[in-house]
Design a protein around this ligand. Structure first.
Ligand SMILES: [Zn+2]
Length: 196
């Protein structure tokens, strides 16, 4: 990335990202969500999910795609009709596909994305708070699309029929960036609403 004077495009306040890989952060002054890319700084629309708790620590950035996963070849070593059916039920329809945008090890991100895809949470949209603390996003929409492949693999490999081979394609529209209320939990975060 070019070294730019990082100023909020909305209020010109200096932005001080914590993470050098940052792609979206909130302006501490005017609470605009700002995206950073090779072409510069821009504002980005954020959808805020209604919190399930009264107080929480921060908002987590989450990419949400509308898409469809087409499994073209699924070979397993075990024979488990139920596992095969579950797979077909999950991917047989257009789905919401989720990729955590904050910094996480790939494996953790894939696991969480897989849990989300299987639960299909619909977040209730709420209005933008006057001030908010957004955890910095480090995953671009393009990276999120690549991570989705790990999400799908993760879900399928966890089934009880010993996945041997999987071929699939993902059709996904441009994702929306959601901000999900979260509580700090150890060194990580727990989304509120939590997955049941
Ligand atoms: Zn600002």
């Amino acid at each position: 990335m070019k070294l730019l004077a990082l100023r909020c495009p909305s209020c010109a306040q200096a932005l001080k990202p914590q993470n050098p890989e940052v792609v979206v952060l909130g302006c501490g002054n005017c609470s605009t969500a700002v995206s950073l890319s090779d072409t510069g700084l821009d504002t980005i629309a954020l959808q805020f999910a209604a919190p399930a708790v009264e107080t929480f620590d921060a908002w987590l950035p989450l990419w949400v795609f509308n898409g469809r996963v087409n499994i073209t070849n699924r070979q397993t070593q075990g024979r488990n009709k139920e596992a095969q059916q579950h797979s077909e039920q999950l991917w047989g329809y257009p789905r919401r596909l989720y990729v955590p945008a904050w910094e996480l090890p790939t494996e953790t991100a894939s696991q969480l994305g897989g849990d989300l895809v299987q639960h299909q949470p619909t977040f209730q949209r709420t209005s933008q708070p006057d001030t908010f603390s957004l955890v910095e996003a480090v995953i671009t929409p393009d990276d999120a699309l690549k991570l989705l492949e790990f999400v799908v693999l993760n879900v399928e490999a966890a089934r009880k029929d010993w996945l041997k081979e999987l071929q699939f394609s993902i059709e996904a529209a441009k994702p929306q960036l959601w901000a999900i209320p979260a509580l700090q939990a150890g060194s990580g975060w727990q989304m509120q609403p939590a997955l049941k």
